[in-house]
Design a protein. Structure first.
Length: 205
């Protein structure tokens, strides 16, 4: 792996999934590993982006407890989970239209969250394609193995990008379901790694 051709995709690294949140599926060890990955990306200049979860206050969350309501503190980024570059979040076609030309100065996020694929709409697909162009290795971590992470892995595999999931930085709501998904990922050539291994892979050169 080389930092210049690697993309870190964090999924739903938001307060409501952390201890004390509306749907606290991330444990302390997982949270620490995620924070370490953000530090690693900043240190090595790895490209960053990903997925956030955002639900309208008037709607019902499609999975789990009501969480990440738009405009609430629970939808904000968890401690230690801020990308090195400024973030831009795309939640609608209108939001994308106001951006103009996409660049490499921002970390782009699509608001597909737990509800769907990060390339399910034309605007999200444009962002996801922009994030992944020229990428050889994608590193995925965050909250919701059965939801946002699984959708993100699927989108990467459709693009034939070598995909690594950092398992000690990936949380699930249902351990049994998560085990089945991880087993399926391995059958589809997804690489399951740890935070320590990822650090070694990216810094050995």
């Amino acid at each position: 792996m080389h930092a210049g051709s690697t993309l870190f995709l964090d999924v739903c690294t938001q307060r409501d999934f952390w201890p004390g949140g509306a749907w606290p599926i991330v444990g302390d060890e997982e949270a620490q590993c995620m924070a370490e990955l953000f530090t690693l990306a900043a240190t090595l200049g790895v490209r960053q982006g990903g997925v956030v979860c955002m639900h309208a206050a008037a709607s019902v969350s499609p999975v789990g407890a009501v969480h990440c309501l738009d405009g609430t503190a629970g939808a904000a980024r968890a401690s230690g989970c801020d990308p090195a570059r400024p973030t831009l979040q795309i939640d609608s076609e209108t939001a994308l239209a106001t951006l103009g030309t996409l660049d490499r100065e921002h970390a782009y996020y699509v608001a597909s969250g737990c509800a769907g694929a990060p390339d399910a709409t034309p605007s999200w697909r444009r962002i996801f394609d922009h994030l992944t162009v020229g990428v050889r290795d994608a590193v995925v971590f965050g909250a919701g193995i059965e939801y946002g992470l699984d959708h993100t892995v699927d989108a990467l595999l459709r693009r034939r990008i070598r995909t690594h999931v950092v398992l000690d930085a990936a949380a699930s709501a249902d351990a049994a379901a998560a085990q089945r998904i991880v087993a399926d990922w391995k059958r589809r050539t997804v690489d399951g790694v740890t935070t320590i291994i990822m650090r070694r892979l990216l810094t050995r050169l």
